[in-house]
Design a protein around this ligand. Structure first.
Ligand code: THU
Length: 159
């Protein structure tokens, strides 16, 4: 029997002021996206902002539905918007935040991690990650795929 340790590296910043200018701007865009969240059932508003390779920003917010599983997370709203509206553009970074009071930065759900990992594979370029919950520490990561080490690969479907 062999044991394998899988690890990832997070950078921890004490507050927004410790981020670079572009990171602060992207996080601001994610925070603004909170205004369009439709979360009447959970009251858990989430905003996501993607920085594209032409420096434009694509945002998304969570959209809930009375038939609960029909709703969608902010991250996937943003990534699918970018994928469908701007299929030729590269996504350079994503910032995610919530207005819900948390003691730590928001952590994307598994389904969103899978989607983000596949967009990285699709564009063959890492997508930097910025996680916040409005207050306190901010986490950054150099790529999204590290958040889901054992992601399901589309390559397996091509065999
Ligand atoms: N949600 C997101 O938008 N992103 C996540 O990464 C986790 C959860 C949303 C889904 C739902 O509208 C609400 O937060 C509570 O689960």
């Amino acid at each position: 029997m062999e044991k394998i340790a899988i690890s990832c590296i997070l950078e921890v910043y004490p507050n927004v002021d410790a981020l670079s200018t572009w990171q602060q701007q992207l996080l601001q865009a994610a925070t603004k996206a909170l205004d369009s969240a439709y979360a009447p059932y959970s009251q858990f508003r989430v905003g996501a902002a993607l920085l594209m390779d032409d420096d434009s920003i694509v945002t998304g917010s969570n959209q809930e539905n009375a038939a609960y599983p029909s709703g969608l997370c902010a991250e996937r709203v943003a990534f699918f918007t970018a994928g469908s509206q701007f299929p030729g553009k590269i996504i350079k970074a994503v910032a995610i935040t919530t207005s819900y009071p948390l003691e730590q930065p928001i952590a994307p759900c598994g389904a969103c991690r899978q989607v983000m990992a596949e967009y990285e594979l699709k564009q063959q370029t890492p997508i930097q990650l910025i996680l916040s919950s409005g207050e306190g520490n901010i986490y950054t990561m150099a790529n999204c795929r590290d958040m889901l080490p054992l992601y399901f690969s589309g390559e397996w479907l091509k065999k």
